[in-house]
Design a protein around this ligand. Structure first.
Ligand code: GDP
Length: 715
């Protein structure tokens, strides 16, 4: 490794002269060549006046003491003299308190020296060698901090290496290590991801585990009654007399089963586009309730739900809904499910099934019982006595309350005052609110709670963990925020693409057309769902590229980004701020609002279809053979031909074929019959033809005439 500069210049360099001045004014005496006597007002504070009675200083000083400043001051024109002269002006009383005065002066003298030398004096303290932790990249300021060195010195060392840096610049770990070692510190290198180590999944002792409530997700095809069922179950709970009354929508809620156990339901909206969320939901889920309408049986999203549950290895309970309807055929549902390897109990399988009606409330209690029974089989347990861990189910920015995240606690107990991290956000828990709107002081395993106090809005699906202190929280979130930024930058950059991307695009032809979008939504869940749905749109020719997505209103900066990237802004259940609206109008940026994901996706699909290059379809019109080529002044070459097949039309596309090889492709510029310009010439007739910017036709060539139609394509 190249030697990194000399050690800091402190030990030598400018110090000697200064330090010689430092200790005491007395030492300054020898530095004055001669004539010092009369002007030695310098060390009045020295103890010489008394102890060194014989000093030649004595005379002037004594003379001054009576308080004749006029005499002393002019005799001290040198720097420093003024200050001392000031002291000399002190009254007799002060002079008599010589000792204390001297102390103070020396201290202030030292302070002054220190100021002048830029704190160099502190260097005299013993240097502490530290073990410096160096991450993959570090700013110079941070490195200096960790080593307790001055950033200027690091910059100087780098400069000696020919690298100019500012204090805020980021240097890599290798350089940082060289610097640290050069300065005599010991280095431990860490990978950035180390900060996450031990954050999650520290194992619990077997005996610390206690039973917990099951977490249930309801899945099923659209309109099969997921929302109705969730609502109905929530109401059962109110009827059962739990305190609090009406539950509020926080993304999850708890009910008590008729058997007495608590059950937690994840309450995500049932929409096709929420598959992404639901897939994540399955990770926090212990049991999936698959809702199938008895009058509709198994539908695509039913199958999707079955696959999700199977992939997550989560047991399923089939809720055959709408049995109140006359056309309900629960038996058909059961047999249909067999196709997807779901064998219900009544058909000899092990999947519990309940026939119920969310509308009339029939058999809802049986469903709750079945869930509890299934949960008992699963022996769900968690340790409540540890730092809490959980998952963000839903998060939003509340106007009054700030970022609000609904967190499902999975292990441990979350308390107010805890420091939590979730994704790239952290915060101190200010309040915990239950699904009944009550303030809680703590929340144990399987409890869904709204957590207030995050510094920013985390994302649905983010894992939540309590950490020991703010520093740790910052460290983790800084790292994650950094990662997120890099990912975003990578995504933004993806438009330009890596060389490999470009190559593959070149290979693919004209390259992929992109439809840049900025998506803002009311809650993280919908934004995620929209982004997911948009990602699925398109083909290898066009695609939607979401350059920014987030929760909240549309801001001026969103508009700015749209302007630079040429993106369309989409607001889902959210609106543009006034300034943003004005800015968008100014810049001519389109902002579209939606409240239904399907509409949004359909619109974007239609818009993207417009980007598809239309399909070109050729219609063969006819062939003609060149019999003679005339050279006509001003017009150029004209071919005299006979139409041998079909017809030829003016303005049509033509190919010139010579010995079965296409030698030219273009358009007809003239089509003449005798002297007249005509629109078309039928088979058997003779005509004169000229090409647009092509002259080299020969007798015997065949002219193929065709029309090109553009056919709009759609995704
Ligand atoms: P989701 O799309 O799966 O959430 O379905 P919804 O809960 O929105 O229900 C779709 C429709 O089915 C609504 O009109 C409900 O009123 C109706 N519905 C739900 N459950 C029942 C039921 O048990 N019986 C009857 N007759 N209708 C139901």
């Amino acid at each position: 490794p190249p030697p990194l500069g000399a050690p800091p210049p402190r030990p030598e360099g400018p110090r000697p002269p200064r330090s010689s001045a430092g200790p005491a004014p007395a030492s300054a005496i020898p530095t004055r060549p001669e004539g010092a006597g009369p002007m030695r007002s310098g060390p009045p504070q020295g103890n010489r006046p008394r102890t060194n009675a014989g000093d030649d200083d004595e005379a002037p000083r004594v003379a001054r003491r009576p308080g004749v400043p006029g005499k002393a001051t002019p005799s001290a024109p040198r720097p420093g003299g003024g200050e001392n002269a000031g002291r000399a002006r002190l009254t007799v009383t002060n002079a008599l308190e010589d000792a204390s005065e001297r102390m103070r002066s020396e201290a202030s003298w030292r302070r002054r020296m220190r100021r002048m030398t830029g704190h160099r004096v502190t260097e005299q303290k013993e240097k502490i060698m530290r073990v410096v932790t160096i991450p993959e990249t570090i700013t110079i300021a941070d490195l200096a901090n960790r080593m307790s060195e001055r950033a200027v010195d690091i910059i100087r060392m780098l400069m000696k290496q020919g690298q100019m840096h500012k204090i805020t610049d980021v240097i890599d770990a290798d350089t940082a290590q060289l610097i640290a070692e050069e300065l005599g510190h010991t280095v431990t290198r860490v990978a950035e991801s180390d900060v996450e180590e031990g954050l999650f999944d520290a194992p619990d002792a077997e005996d610390s585990l206690q039973p917990r409530a099951p977490v249930v997700t309801i899945m099923g095809h659209v309109d099969h009654g997921k929302t109705s069922l969730l609502d109905a179950l929530r109401k059962t709970n109110v009827v059962s007399g739990e305190a609090g009354g009406i539950t509020q929508h926080i993304g999850a809620y708890q009910v008590v089963s008729p058997l007495g156990g608590k059950i937690t339901f994840i309450d995500t909206p049932g929409h096709a586009a929420f598959t992404a969320m639901r897939a994540r939901g399955a990770k926090v889920t212990d049991i999936v309730v698959l809702v199938v309408a008895a009058n509709d049986s198994v539908m695509p999203q039913t199958v999707e739900a079955i696959n999700h549950a199977k992939a997550a290895k989560v047991p399923m309970i089939v809720a055959i809904n709408k049995i109140d309807l006359p056309d309900a055929r629960p038996e058909r549902v059961k047999t249909d499910l067999l196709q997807y390897e779901v064998q219900v109990e009544s058909l000899g399988g092990d999947v519990l099934e309940i026939e119920l009606s969310a509308k009339t409330g029939q058999n809802l209690d049986k469903l709750l019982e079945a869930i509890q029974l299934q949960a008992e089989v699963l022996e769900l347990k968690a340790n409540p006595d540890r730092l809490a861990e959980g998952t963000v189910i839903e998060a939003k920015l509340d106007r009054g309350r700030g970022p609000v995240a609904t967190v499902l606690i999975q292990r441990g107990t979350l308390r107010t005052g805890d420091i939590v991290v979730a994704g790239a956000e952290w915060g101190r828990v200010r309040a915990l609110v239950s699904d009944k709107g009550e303030q809680l002081s703590e929340a144990g395993p399987s409890t869904p709670v709204e957590v207030l106090g995050f510094n920013g809005t985390p994302e649905a699906g983010d894992r939540v963990a309590v950490v020991e202190n703010e520093a740790r929280a910052r460290e983790i979130t800084d790292y994650r925020a950094h990662q997120k930024r890099e990912k975003q930058a990578a995504r933004l950059g993806a438009g330009r693409g890596t060389l490999a991307d470009m190559m593959s695009q070149l290979k693919a032809g004209a390259g992929k057309k992109e439809f840049p979008l900025i998506v803002k939504g009311d809650v993280q869940g919908s934004v995620e769902a929209i982004v997911g749905a948009l990602a699925k749109l398109g083909n290898d020719e066009v695609g939607a590229r979401v350059i920014l997505s987030g929760v909240g209103g549309i801001t001026e900066s969103d508009v700015g980004l749209a302007e630079t990237s040429g993106a369309v802004i989409i607001g889902f259940n959210t609106r543009a701020h006034k300034e943003a609206r004005a800015a968008a109008e100014r810049a001519g940026i389109e902002i579209r609002y939606y409240n239904i994901i399907y509409d949004l996706v359909d619109d974007i699909k239609a818009a993207m279809s417009g980007l598809l290059t239309p399909e070109l379809r050729e219609t063969m019109l006819g062939n003609a053979e060149i019999l003679e080529v005339f050279n006509i002044t001003k017009v150029g070459k004209v071919a005299g031909c006979r139409v041998t097949e079909g017809r030829v039309e003016r303005g049509a596309h033509v190919r010139l074929i010579r010995d079965s090889v296409v030698v030219h492709e273009g358009k007809l510029s003239t089509l003449k019959r005798f002297k007249d310009e005509v629109k078309e010439v039928q088979v058997g007739q003779e005509c004169g033809m000229a090409f647009e910017s092509y002259q080299d036709m020969r007798v015997g060539d065949v002219i193929e005439c065709y029309r090109v139609e553009e056919i709009k394509r759609s995704l």
